[in-house]
Write a protein that binds this ligand. Structure first.
Ligand SMILES: [Zn+2]
Length: 248
């Protein structure tokens, strides 16, 4: 029974039996993993604090036979995000990130860059001015890493280049991005985005500092919020539970 040690962000815990819990963590090296932590809820458990939701911990997992849950044998806290304890809006945003990692990723499918994006985002959720942009950037990073990123510069259906400037764009939620005029008819779940909204999504998805531009006012961010919420709901097959708790 080989054991593995990895850095993981705890994204879900469920109490089981008298004193145990089942934890799900998004780990840097192994992707999403789940395991039974026996006695972890006892007062003097050596895993105390190591399995707190939204904490990063050094976790040791003991792999069991295929039909049994893996066992968590060690969980030592490595990083706690202080702003999540003081600020309810930051906490909801943190829960939303945990929900996406828990429900959009597959078990044992590692994405170290997504792990890093999550921890960087959680570290800065206490800054209210840029909080919603950071969450939107995390969602875009999530979609990109998981191969679900909407096409923004070309028609998602036929591939023809789409003008960078324009008043409005057709955006196929099911097709996976912008649609040219000849492809938009007949496509299901087509939203209409203003040129400003599409520009804001492009800026938020870009490397560099364009996402910090004060020109991306609350008006365009609200429309980006609605669009990305719809894209993620489409991939999840339901609306994320925490989505209504995010400020626009
Ligand atoms: Zn087309």
């Amino acid at each position: 029974m080989p054991s593995v040690r990895t850095l993981g962000l705890v994204v879900r815990t469920v109490d089981v039996f008298e004193t145990s819990l089942i934890m799900t963590a998004f780990t840097r090296d192994l992707g999403k993993v789940s395991g039974l932590a026996k006695g972890a809820r006892r007062l003097k458990s050596p895993m105390q604090g190591g399995l707190d939701l939204l904490g990063v911990s050094d976790i040791v997992l003991l792999h069991k036979a295929s039909d049994a849950l893996d066992l968590v044998t060690e969980a030592v806290p490595v990083e706690r995000f202080a702003s999540l304890r003081r600020d309810l809006a930051a906490l909801y945003a943190g829960y939303y990130i945990a929900e996406l990692l828990s429900d959009l990723t597959d078990f044992h499918d590692p994405h170290p860059r997504l792990f890093d994006a999550a921890t960087v985002t959680l570290r800065h959720l206490g800054e209210p001015l840029l909080r919603s942009r950071r969450v939107l950037r995390f969602e875009l990073a999530c979609l990109r890493e998981l191969g679900l990123m909407p096409v923004l510069d070309a028609c998602a259906h036929c591939g023809v280049e789409v003008e960078a400037e324009g008043d409005s764009f057709a955006f196929g939620l099911a097709t996976g991005g912008v649609l040219c005029p000849s492809c938009r008819t007949g496509q299901p779940h087509v939203a209409t985005l203003s040129g400003r909204t599409l520009g804001a999504i492009r800026a938020l998805a870009s490397p560099g500092n364009a996402w910090r531009d004060p020109e991306l006012g609350p008006g365009s961010l609200g429309a980006v919020r609605a669009t990305l919420g719809a894209v993620i709901s489409h991939h999840l097959g339901r609306r994320p539970r925490l989505l209504p708790f995010l400020g626009a």
